[in-house]
Design a protein around this ligand. Structure first.
Ligand code: ZN
Length: 496
């Protein structure tokens, strides 16, 4: 059955979306949450395990202090209240990737509560309420093999790797976010982006969505204006910033089509499909009672004292939004120009390029121009385009020193992206430098004069503007490598 979906712009004039985001962040601690096993990404399956993270009988967990500190710092950066006393809880459910058949998590006593994060959307600040930030342990990973899709359907075997089981995981849950209207998908993306930047600035996780160290579940519901909020669905494990936006958008459209047809929304988890951009039904959502939470009897309560929390507060860095404000002033950019830097994901790249010795204008020109264009074409993040801040700074220095002009610099940049070496190496190897030696250019200038006698005559008569034609001819003859100013000076001195 094919259902014609209503257009998004129409849906958001008739329904009000309410969104909410649950984000899981794997902490970059050296060891797991409750044992001493290492936490590095990858590794041979089932080599980073021990009786504690396998949940073997008689083993006892001990909480990781570094993970608790990281969680408190995240809570403080998100303006939360830090609990003076709280406990871990057991969340009971059976799944093969969870060796204990329960997860140690936090339930009614989270470590951090009631904060907020301000995010900028179209130049306006939107304050996102933070319900809670709590600490738990990650599960293992299941790999379904033998099928075409990597999913369980059609697979001949399922393999489980417990290396990830027990890695500290921080869950950050927003309060429901109403009132964003048509901007809901963009607000969701802006929030996850800002949250990622905050956590990165705290240096507690590498927050890489593609490696799963930042994972996001998106809650969406729709209601008619003036009515109560609708039933929400939870779209699981959306694993790129772009997908966060797409998942909210596609779920808004899907729910509207169900409601338009007189149906009702079922509370369930849904899976986002990267290829089609839509969601399909997962399992009907468990309620808290299904998990039979109870306080974890093997761990002592957690009671961070005020002095410890103050010490951690003193370690907070300048937060990304304020950091960007400061950079904007230093770089002398308008709000709009700064916004395009942010939207291109270029803030840090430009900052590093300037630190490597170039001007804000020089750095911005390359990252927002040629490199952004290439990243867009390839559908990749700007940071993955193949040129580093050091390369860009060096390239611009060669331009500033007159050794490359813009056209030659773009050719050199192609070589950098192709992995041929540094800009100077490529310029030398390919013989791409600007020729400003008058001796070398005189022959080309004389040829151009001889080939364009009428133009030469005009210049002799004092119409120096006509020199542009001859400069163009010399540039062409030298494959763009002549220094245009030197050529122009030569032409005028020979014709006067
Ligand atoms: Zn272990």
């Amino acid at each position: 059955m094919t259902v014609t979906l209503p257009p998004y712009d129409d849906v958001v004039t008739r329904y009000e979306p309410v969104i909410g985001l649950e984000t899981h962040v794997e902490l970059g601690t050296n060891t797991k949450m409750f044992c001493g096993c290492p936490t590095d990404f990858g590794g041979q399956p089932n080599t980073r395990i021990c009786p504690v993270c396998l949940g073997l009988p008689g083993s006892l967990p001990v909480a990781n202090k570094a993970a608790i500190e990281a969680t408190i710092r995240i809570g403080l950066a998100l303006n939360c209240t830090i609990a003076t006393w709280c406990r871990f809880a057991r969340k009971n459910y059976f799944y093969p990737d969870m060796p204990k058949n329960y997860q140690i998590s936090q339930y009614d006593e989270p470590l951090c509560t009631d904060g907020w994060l301000d995010v900028e959307v179209d130049g306006e600040l939107v304050r996102i309420g933070i319900e809670r930030v709590h600490l738990e342990e990650d599960t293992g990973k299941t790999l379904h093999v033998g099928g075409a899709t990597g999913r369980i359907h059609g697979a001949t075997e399922s393999l489980v790797d417990y290396n990830r089981a027990g890695i500290p995981l921080v869950e950050i849950v927003t309060k429901p976010i109403p009132g964003t209207g048509a901007l809901a998908p963009i607000v969701a993306r802006a929030y996850v982006t800002e949250l990622r930047d905050v956590i990165r600035s705290l240096d507690v996780s590498d927050v890489r969505m593609e490696q799963g160290s930042l994972r996001c579940d998106v809650n969406t519901s729709l209601n008619l204006p003036g009515n109560d909020w609708g039933t929400r669905t939870e779209t699981k494990n959306v694993n790129s910033l772009r997908s966060v936006e797409r998942a909210v958008r596609s779920e808004i459209i899907r729910q509207a089509s169900v409601l338009d047809a007189g149906g009702r929304i079922i509370q369930e988890t849904r899976h986002f499909h990267e290829d089609t951009g839509d969601t399909t039904s997962g399992r009907s959502k468990e309620t808290a009672t299904d998990y039979r939470y109870f306080p974890e009897p093997d761990l002592v309560p957690l009671a961070p004292d005020a002095a410890w929390v103050d010490t951690l507060r003193a370690t907070l860095p300048e937060l990304p939004r304020l950091h960007r404000k400061r950079l904007q002033t230093e770089w002398g950019l308008s709000d709009l120009d700064m916004q395009s830097v942010v939207n291109a994901g270029a803030v840090e790249l430009i900052e590093l390029t300037i630190a490597a010795g170039t001007t804000p204008e020089g750095a911005r020109k390359w990252w927002l121009g040629e490199l952004a264009r290439r990243a867009n074409e390839a559908g990749i993040e700007l940071a993955a385009v193949g040129a580093t801040p050091a390369h860009v700074a060096e390239l611009q220095r060669l331009v500033d020193e007159g050794k490359l002009n813009d056209k030659l610099a773009r050719t050199v940049l192609e070589g950098v992206i192709a992995g041929e070496g540094t800009p100077t190496e490529i310029m030398t190897a390919r013989g791409l430098g600007v020729v400003s030696d008058t001796g070398a250019l005189t022959a080309a200038v004389d040829e151009a004069i001889a080939a364009n006698p009428d133009v030469a005559e005009k210049i002799r008569e004092g119409k120096v503007a006509a020199a542009g034609v001859l400069v163009g001819a010399v540039m062409k003859a030298t494959r763009g490598q002549a220094d245009a100013k030197t050529v122009r000076d030569l032409i005028i001195s020979r014709l006067s």
